[in-house]
Design a protein around this ligand. Structure first.
Ligand code: NAP
Length: 309
């Protein structure tokens, strides 16, 4: 059997535990040998308090997955690429758009694979939605991404700090889907951003986009939502209505559900990472982050009630 790719996880928080560890364990091509986190550990895996310490002590590492908050993504990716490691970036791939472009160049110079992973694009309905929409004429697009921040981000302070994106942290998942499935590129016309008076980032945002044919594309993100999340995209075309629900897990066209098989977002993500490493290629797309940056540029800001965890 071919040698497995020895990989290290950086940032052992919610997403590393919920998704990365099981996905790596389930992939025959990867072997998780180390982790780096100031405090958190993974039972049975070598632990280091920083990425630098992990790289010094584990020369056999070939790849790293960067799952710490986005504010440290760029510096960690630079260190890993300088050491000649392949790098998977959790979403968002950076705290700014330009830093991701810089990383793409560094990865090219170092002949390493860089993967801006957008897990929601690997939801089971996304590929079929993209294929169905490829030759359709759009009438309107409506995106609703609403959840309870206390449920999904309990105690996380980084989401409220510069670079943490606020409600765009989940909203960027919706943007990663629509940038993947819509047949034409689109751009932001206007946005309303609602920010708690004691925080840096929005808790809710309404975004109005257009494509070159003036198709209205609206997205509503809200973290003040009740018990039941809404993560859906509805695309009305001249010949029918496509609806992706549950973050891309369910697909309906004109009310009829499609059989999509099992949900395996992160398994699919690691399959793609293995493929990129094997091909000596990178996959770098920052278009969802560009739309967030544009919202921060163009958005009208409203101050709302202070937020406390
Ligand atoms: P989290 O639960 O706060 O975990 C982040 C972990 O990274 C914490 O253990 C943190 O340690 C650690 N960390 C902080 N600075 C570090 C550093 N310099 N080096 C190494 N580790 C460091 O956050 P999360 O929810 O897993 O999110 C992490 C990333 O995954 C974010 O970009 C998020 O958008 C993305 N993501 C999250 C989800 C989700 O459902 N949560 C889903 C998909 C993607 P301390 O707590 O001690 O600071």
């Amino acid at each position: 059997m071919k040698d497995r790719i020895k990989i290290g996880l950086v940032g052992v928080g919610k997403i590393a535990r919920d998704q990365h560890i099981p996905a790596i364990d389930g992939h025959p091509g990867f072997e998780l040998i180390a982790c780096a986190d100031p405090n958190a550990r993974i039972a049975g895996i070598a632990h280091y308090q920083s990425l630098e310490a992990m790289l010094d002590a584990e020369p056999d590492l070939a790849a790293v997955s960067l799952c710490a908050p986005p504010q440290v993504r760029f510096s960690q990716a630079c260190v890993a690429l300088a050491a000649g490691k392949h790098v998977l970036l959790e979403k968002p791939p950076g705290a700014s758009v330009a830093e991701v472009a810089v990383l793409a160049e560094v990865a090219r110079e170092r002949a390493c694979s860089l993967f801006t992973s957008w897990h929601s694009r690997h939801a089971p309905g996304v590929k079929s939605a993209r294929a169905w929409l490829a030759n359709k004429e759009l009438v309107t697009v409506m995106v609703r991404w609403k959840e309870d921040v206390r449920l999904w981000h309990p105690g996380q302070d980084w989401i409220w700090q510069p670079g943490g994106l606020g409600v765009f942290d989940p909203g960027i998942n919706a943007l990663s889907i629509v940038t993947r499935i819509l047949p034409r590129p689109f751009f932001l016309k206007a946005a309303d951003l609602y920010t708690p008076s004691n925080k840096h980032n929005p808790i809710a945002a309404n975004l109005d986009f257009r494509d070159d044919r003036s198709t209205p594309i609206r997205a509503e993100f809200d973290w003040r939502h009740g018990d039941e999340e809404i993560w859906e995209v509805e695309v009305t075309t001249t010949v029918g209505v496509l609806r992706l629900a549950q973050g891309g897990k369910h697909l309906q066209i004109d009310g009829k559900s499609w059989d999509l098989g099992e949900e395996r977002e992160y398994s699919s993500l690691y399959e793609r990472f293995a493929e990129l490493i094997s091909d000596g290629a990178s996959e770098v797309d920052f278009s969802p982050l560009q739309h967030v940056a544009d919202a921060m540029l163009l958005g009208t800001r409203y101050s709302t009630a202070p937020f406390f965890h």
